[in-house]
Design a binder for this molecule. Structure first.
Ligand code: SF4
Ligand code: SF4
Length: 170
């Protein structure tokens, strides 16, 4: 899924999703999940030139996967995709996470449905999480929950199963 480097022409622009959603443990930042980094300003990262290595190296899926739609920049779409180590038995070492903000595209977004379906069909390990006030809820391993419907070609079952997972988070 990762084509090996940043997708040409895609820039973070005014997106700051990864500077808010994730817990960051490096001492220069040390922040809990769901709160903006202390260095984040309205104009972007105040220490951009000297930002920690971790910030320099990290890119979300939209920056790395050319197959994702152009309009899926996380701040605009509410869809934050990223890589994660996979420890699920029988799967490869690299998983993807689909992290949906409260303003994320709904399941009427066929591109989102298609991405989830094709990723599971390719047996790429895939997790879903929902953000509540920018904090991610528990990860759901979609290959376990939806794999049977995907591999059986049960489209309605797949959509219904995903819809159940997309019920409002309480
Ligand atoms: S979430 Fe992606 S597009 Fe947004 S700032 Fe981070 S790396 Fe850039
Ligand atoms: S240091 Fe800059 S790039 Fe890194 S998390 Fe904070 S605001 Fe984002």
């Amino acid at each position: 899924m990762n084509d090996g480097g940043p997708v040409p022409g895609r820039e973070c622009g005014s997106c700051d999703a990864c500077c808010v959603v994730f817990e960051i443990q490096v001492p220069e930042i040390a922040k809990p999940p769901g709160v903006p980094c202390r260095n984040l300003t309205k104009a972007g990262c105040a220490i951009y030139e000297s930002r920690p290595d971790m910030c320099r190296k990290w890119l979300c899926g939209w920056r790395l996967i050319s197959g994702l739609p152009e309009n899926w920049r996380p701040d605009l779409s509410g869809i934050l995709i990223y890589q994660k180590v996979c420890k699920e038995p029988g799967y490869g070492p690299a998983a993807l996470v689909v992290s949906l903000s409260e303003r994320a595209a709904r399941l009427s977004d066929n591109a989102l449905l298609g991405f989830i379906h094709s990723t599971i069909a390719m047996r790429v390990p895939l997790y879903l999480t929902r953000q509540v006030a920018c904090v991610e809820t528990r990860l759901i391993f979609l290959n376990d929950v939806l794999g049977r419907t995907v591999h059986a070609g049960d489209g309605p079952g797949f959509v219904a199963g995903l819809a159940r997972l997309m019920q409002p988070v309480v």
